[in-house]
Design a binder for this molecule. Structure first.
Ligand SMILES: [Zn+2]
Length: 235
């Protein structure tokens, strides 16, 4: 077998391993992305519950302000009652007191409703906080594992890169380019065996003269159908 073919075969083995390493690396990146999306999703729920709670608290503070105002009105009106001389005025002030008390009751009901809302929201947020904490912890642990594997893969890829450079350095530029192009277009299979008169890349029959040339030629031969580079398996 021509020496160039030995180099090409070794290069292809290396490149196929490299493709797998790259795929594994991409899978890790994808997984990391998915984990982050999940954390972000729960974080968004926590954030939205936090805003809802803050809004209810603000509304509750406003209600308490109004309540204080109505209580002031009621107590001032009641305070005036003992000094009142006429029946008519007395009734008018009593009406004021009643109106204020009615308002107070309504406001108290509204505050109670806010409190129930707040209680439910706080319980929800408690659950989501716990979920987020557990998920963050789990995600951090998995991300640490992923990083460790990624470091290994990156080192492997760097090593492959160096081995690749040393192999491609032994090939003429034109052949190297042909190989790279085929590797790309033929889905990672650029160098294939020729057996029983056929190319095992595309399974088409090779012209007999070409098949015979494979035994003697010093230069690399390619399949006329798929252009892949051909070698004969060692006997
Ligand atoms: Zn072929």
């Amino acid at each position: 077998m021509p020496e160039q073919l030995q180099v090409l075969k070794a290069l292809q083995t290396l490149d196929r391993e490299r493709r797998e390493l790259i795929q594994q690396r991409e899978q890790l990146d994808e997984e990391q992305g998915r984990l982050q999306v999940e954390v972000d999703r729960v974080q968004a729920m926590v954030d939205s519950l936090t805003s809802a709670i803050e809004a209810r608290q603000e509304e509750r503070r406003e209600l308490l302000g109004k309540l204080e105002h109505e209580r002031g009105l009621a107590s001032r009106a009641e305070g005036r009652l003992p000094q009142i001389k006429t029946q008519r005025e007395y009734l008018a002030v009593l009406k004021e007191v009643d109106a204020a008390k009615k308002q107070i009751k309504e406001l108290n009901d509204q505050v109670a409703a806010k409190d129930r809302d707040l209680e439910a929201l706080t319980a929800d947020k408690g659950e989501k906080d716990a979920e987020l904490a557990a998920l963050s912890e789990q995600t951090a642990a998995r991300q640490a594992e992923i990083s460790a594997v990624a470091v290994g893969l990156d080192a492997g890829l760097a090593d492959h890169g160096r081995q690749r450079d040393s192999l491609t350095g032994r090939l003429p530029v034109a052949l190297r380019k042909r190989y790279d192009m085929l590797l790309d277009r033929r889905n990672g299979l650029a160098v294939v065996e020729a057996r029983d008169g056929a190319c095992l890349g595309c399974h088409m029959h090779l012209p007999p003269q070409l098949f015979n040339r494979l035994y003697v030629a010093k230069e690399v031969q390619s399949c006329p159908h798929c252009n892949r580079l051909l070698y004969l398996a060692a006997e």
